[in-house]
Design a protein around this ligand. Structure first.
Ligand code: SF4
Ligand code: SF4
Length: 166
């Protein structure tokens, strides 16, 4: 198949108007301000409601005795398209596998939710949380303890039989 190329010329200075663009933006803002149906959310004073299918910061489920539910099967780091999960598995005296190291780089994560979908023991979840701003990049690497201490609700996976979560 032949490749067709289209060359777009940059508009000349006299053909552009920043004033016109600014007025256009202000018109949209004004229309929203005067729309009686507009709602102003008083964030952060009032808690923001998120969709139950919102996919944000991860959390690791724990057993009643405080152990992580992860069995270090290796599926989530394998499936992760962003390659942002680091897992080093170990085995206890009874032959049970557990994560010696489990880290997620939330900065690289694309919040696709595939780690949650693939986990055979429902250990790792994306969560209904977005307030994870940090001052340094290394703080976005969540280790196992931090993942286990997250307490926000977990996300619902998309259900093809109930596409709108009704
Ligand atoms: S949500 Fe997607 S990108 Fe993020 S850790 Fe899970 S699998 Fe990787
Ligand atoms: S898929 Fe689940 S059990 Fe397997 S390594 Fe990931 S969190 Fe652990």
């Amino acid at each position: 198949m032949a490749i067709k190329t289209t060359v777009l010329t940059r508009p000349k200075m006299k053909e552009t108007s920043y004033l016109r663009a600014a007025l256009k933006g202000m018109k949209i803002t004004l229309a929203h301000m005067l729309n009686p149906k507009s709602v102003t959310q008083q964030y952060p004073e009032v808690e923001t409601r998120l969709s139950p299918r919102w996919r944000g910061t991860h959390r690791m489920e724990v057993h009643a005795d405080g152990r992580p539910k992860c069995v270090a099967c290796g599926l989530c780091p394998t499936v992760c398209p962003a390659n942002c999960i680091r897992l080093v598995g170990g085995e206890d005296d009874q032959g049970n596998r557990y994560p010696v190291v489990y880290e997620i780089d939330e900065f690289r994560c694309i919040f696709c939710g595939m780690c949650q979908e693939v986990c055979p023991v429902e250990a790792i979840h994306v969560g209904q949380d977005f307030e994870n701003a940090e001052y340094t990049r290394d703080r976005f690497v969540y280790d196992l303890d931090r993942l286990m201490n997250q307490d926000h609700p977990t996300s619902l996976l998309w259900d093809p039989t109930d596409p709108k979560s009704e």
